[in-house]
Ligand binder design. Sequence first.
Ligand code: HEC
Length: 154
Amino acid sequence: MRKTNFSRFWFFPLILLLILIGVYFSKGSLPQEKQKTSPTPVQENDLLNAASVENGKIIFQACIACHTFNEGGANQVGPNLFGIVGALTASKPGFEYSEVLLSLKRSEHYWTTDALYEWLRDPFAYAPKTKMVYSGLLDPQDRMDVIAYLMTLK
Ligand code: HEC
């Protein structure tokens, strides 16, 4: 009798073990998943403080296909970017801006670091029908780094 009882319930410890493993893994993975779906909002100032002008210069290599950055530099596919941080939008003389950037200018839109941060994330979302055919920089730190570099152009 005793023997049969035991063999009928041999799997109980196994189930207990599986439950324990399950609890262990769900505990271990929950906080991580939380982090993925709702990251702590990053302060832009923190990003700017941690910004690397050196890395910004490297990222900026993608921009020189269309932009010059030296003082008095020529407009090319895009306008010259010397002194762009803090400048009124669409105000480089001699460049034919798109209507959407000109309308931003009329509403006195300035290229603050905040504005650049959003613009460079996705130019088409920021200013639909812009002439800047550039998909944007997804990495927030890359954006801040390139802005930190743009700030040195003055
Ligand atoms: C494929 C060409 C191209 C690339 C690459 C490009 N841009 Fe532009 N950019 C333009 C054009 C064209 C405009 C003018 C947009 C308009 O009139 O709608 C512009 C406009 C701008 C402006 C607004 C200038 C003003 O006077 O208001 C900023 C700032 C800017 N670009 C920054 C950048 C940065 C930083 C990069 C690199 C991360 C970059 N662009 C990459 C073509 C480009």
